[in-house]
Every structure is written in C-alpha cells, then in structure tokens.
Design a protein around this ligand. Structure first.
Ligand SMILES: [Cu+2]
Length: 469
C-alpha cells in the first residue's frame, strides 16, 4: 500500500456579501447563459490534461473517490467509496462547488453559476436542449443516442409506456424517495460510514432511486453503461454535472422545504476531502463547511416542486399490472438465499396499532440485510408490501415500497466479487396507513427482481424502528 502525503490548504468559506449567486434550470436557460456556459466548458476542455482543472482531471478526481481507490490508513476494510453512505450528498456538493469556481474563473465571470438539470419537474424530464446541439461543447455523442424521451426514474424500460404514464411514475417515485422514505437522515442520506466501521454499507433513499436510474438512463445502455452509467466515465458528460446540481438542490429542498435535519455526528461533520480549486491549489474541505449552500454563496432558482402532491394511491381496482406473477412463499429459515424470482416473506411486527405520535417519533422500516450482488453488474429489485394478487403495478401503487438499484462500479484490486454486503431500509409508516394495515400483526414483504443481473443474495428481511428527529 502506498501512503501519499498531501500538501493542502484548509478550506476557508467565501465571504458572502450582498446577493448570492443563483443556479438556474438547464431547460429554460437564456441564450446568453448557454453561451457563457459553452465558453467556460470550451476553455476547460482546452486546458492541458495535466492541469488539475482540466476536464480529464475532473473525471479522474470524481472517480478517485469511487471504485475503491483508497484505503483508510490502518483499516483496509471497508474500502473507501463515497457511494452507499452518508458521504454521498456532501461529497457531490463539494465537487460541484469547485467545478463551478473553476469554470467561473475560466470564463472570467464572478457571477457564473452552473445550470441544474431540473429532472424532477415535468418540463425538465426530457434532455434539456442545451445538451442536444451537435456543434456545442456541451454535446456528448453517447448521451444523445437511442434512449426513451422521458427520463426513467424507476428504470422501467417498457416500450409501451406513454409519456404521461412515465411522468406519473416519476412523480410518485420522487414522492416516495423524498417524503415517505426520507423521514430520517439515515433513510434519506445513507448509512454511517467511518474509519474502521465494519458494518455493512447502505445507500439512502435518494442515492438509490431515482439517482442511480437517472445515471443509467444517461448512459448508453450497454453492460458498462458509459458515460453516465458508470462512475469511471460519468464525468465525461457535461450533463452529469447538471444532473448532480439537481441532486444537490434536492438535498437543499429536503432541508429547507421539507424541514429535515442533517446528521449532527462529529464524524460526519469532520469528514474531509481533497479537491483542487480554480487556482490549482489543493484544498482540504470538511463536510461541516458544506451543509448550507447560502454560506457557500449560492442558492437555486425557485422552481415548481410537482412531486409533493404525488402520494401513491392504492392499486386495487386499477387497470395496470394485469399480468399476474407467480409468487413463491419463503420463511426465515430459507435465508440466506439467492432471490432470482418473485418471493414473499411474512414478517412479524414487534409493534402494532401505534398512535400518530408514536409513528411521528419512530419510523417503522423494512430492513433487507446482507444483500450481496456482483458490483460490476446493473441490478434492480423492487419491494412490495401486502400485494397479495401478484400484480406489480409500479411506483404509483401504494403497495410499492421502493427498489434496490446498483450502478456498475469497480472494487479495488484483489477484492473478490460479491464480497461487499449492503442493506436496504424502506419506510413503512405511511404505507401501512394507506393500506389500512397499521393494526396487522405482520406484513407480507415481496421481493421482485425486475431487471439486470438476477443473482441477488439476501441475508434476511426484518422490521426495525428509527428515531425521527
Ligand atoms: Cu451520480
């Protein structure tokens, strides 16, 4: 193992005086803004490749924090990845912040901001026009090739799906991710990840869905999914930065509009990364400096949030999901097992008939643990609750709890495929209310492998309670 010593300066937050900068939606950008952005990107692309601000170095820098490139000193396991953990949101905020500062300097405009691809609104669900003009430096060949017109949050690639259905599914998916499955910092932002922590990883609701499916949608659809659908290549596509600006905006919405609090653990606030600024200086940045965009001197243009009213409805009596699927009953003694077909498992609830106050204090969650997959493969399985008829109607059903999604990535050399275990936690409290099942002694948890690699090993399924702050 090589240990590298880094000469870096500590990050000093900018002095914010007067009005702050506003990031704007890509689909409604003015000609003037597009021209400025094109100019800045052209200059970044023209930098020598070994300049730490060059596009090549941005791509490499991004990949450096994925794909198991670093060990924590003295703790080879678990390997360091910003995926699947509470580092996902802050790392991306930092990365984009410096990307924006570099572009701002390159186009010599202190008021410069990056656009956000407003994929959570109906108008933003198609490729924004700024990325589709062949002669533009914002254009990527792969990006513009054969893909459904509307971005698919759920990863569903049914060819007979209409635009209207996809938009409806997308909005329901966003509601579930941001609201029903986003009640605590752990559920929304991901599991705790600290040096020497041997416990398994786990992505938050948002990193898993829709984020991963949007990355895959942005890729070329082959096994490796380049550019956007694979971490080593995603930074090649200019739209990837717009995608993540909206990810950053969603974190801001979760804090400010939905009034949720971040982690307050010292380990999270003190977690540090090394990034290059606009003057090629290596800067050590801490999460604590990146919890509020306004303290960094930027905010997001106010934009409609259509998914807040898209609470999924009960599927009974609806027309979709006509095909019935055969479901196999399994019991606790069957675990660990490889789930390659639809299975249902009855899970006893330690608490039932909880009052509204109790439900607001503690979120009941389904825990699917010991998930082992091949990290180099796309994997998606869905989780339904109490869907007794074998009809799996997708994100707008009240019985749909959420999904597990893997975007292909690499583990460090020497680590066996399938070694890393992860888990999935999905909020149950709202669902049980919608299904009228709060008084039931058990819930039926149905696992539906839906696309990608189907060699999914599951360690067990249970119920837990997480405190809501
Ligand atoms: Cu991403």
């Amino acid at each position: 193992m090589t240990t590298i010593s880094l000469q870096a300066v500590d990050f000093v937050p900018p002095r914010v005086t007067g009005s702050i900068k506003v990031r704007y939606p890509a689909h409604s950008a003015t000609e003037e803004k597009i021209k400025k952005f094109e100019e800045a990107i052209s200059r970044m692309k023209a930098l020598p490749e070994d300049d730490p601000r060059s596009l090549k170095k941005q791509i490499e820098l991004y990949q450096a924090y994925y794909d198991g490139n670093f060990d924590s000193v003295g703790f080879p396991d678990p390997e360091t990845q910003v995926r699947d953990s509470w580092l996902y949101f802050p790392f991306h905020r930092m990365f984009l912040y410096f990307y924006e500062r570099i572009l701002s300097k390159l186009c010599d405009d202190p008021s410069f901001t990056v656009p956000f691809w407003n994929w959570d609104s109906q108008q933003g669900m198609k490729l924004p026009p700024m990325y589709t003009k062949k002669s533009s430096p914002l254009y990527t060949e792969i990006q513009n090739k054969d893909k459904p017109i509307i971005v698919l949050y759920d990863g569903n690639t049914d060819t007979d799906t209409t635009e209207e259905t996809t938009i409806r599914d997308n909005l329901a998916t966003m509601y579930r991710t941001m609201i029903a499955n986003g009640k605590t910092a752990e559920l929304f932002m991901g599991r705790r990840f600290v040096t020497g922590n041997e416990s398994v990883a786990g992505a938050g609701s948002f990193e898993m869905v829709p984020h991963r499916n949007i990355m895959v949608w942005g890729g070329c659809g082959n096994r490796w999914g380049e550019d956007m659908g694979n971490f080593y290549s995603s930074g090649r596509d200019v739209m990837f930065y717009g995608l993540h600006a909206n990810v950053d905006r969603m974190w801001d919405v979760w804090n400010k509009t939905l009034s949720h609090r971040n982690f307050d653990d010292e380990e999270w606030l003190g977690a540090a990364f090394y990034l290059y600024d606009e003057n090629k200086t290596l800067v050590k940045v801490k999460v604590s400096d990146f919890v509020d965009t306004e303290k960094l001197g930027y905010t997001y243009q106010t934009s409609e949030i259509p998914w807040v009213s898209a609470r999924p409805i009960r599927s009974t009596g609806l027309q979709y999901g006509e095909d019935k699927t055969t479901v196999t009953n399994i019991t606790t003694s069957d675990f660990p097992m490889v789930v390659s077909e639809v299975v249902t498992h009855t899970v006893w609830r330690p608490k039932k008939s909880r009052s509204k106050e109790e439900r607001e204090k503690e979120e009941e969650v389904i825990v699917i643990e010991g998930i082992e997959i091949d990290p180099e493969q796309y994997v998606k399985f869905d989780v339904y609750v109490n869907e007794k008829e074998g009809k799996f109607g997708g994100p707008t059903c009240a019985e749909f709890a959420g999904s597990f999604v893997n975007v292909p990535y690499k583990m460090k050399k020497g680590v066996e495929t399938n070694k890393k275990k992860t888990c999935l936690k999905l909020g149950l409290s709202d669902m049980l209310e919608d299904l009228g099942a709060e008084d039931d002694e058990s819930v039926h948890v149905i696992l539906v492998p839906s696309s990608g690699d189907k060699r999914i090993r599951i360690g067990g399924v249970g119920i837990a309670y997480l405190q809501v702050k």
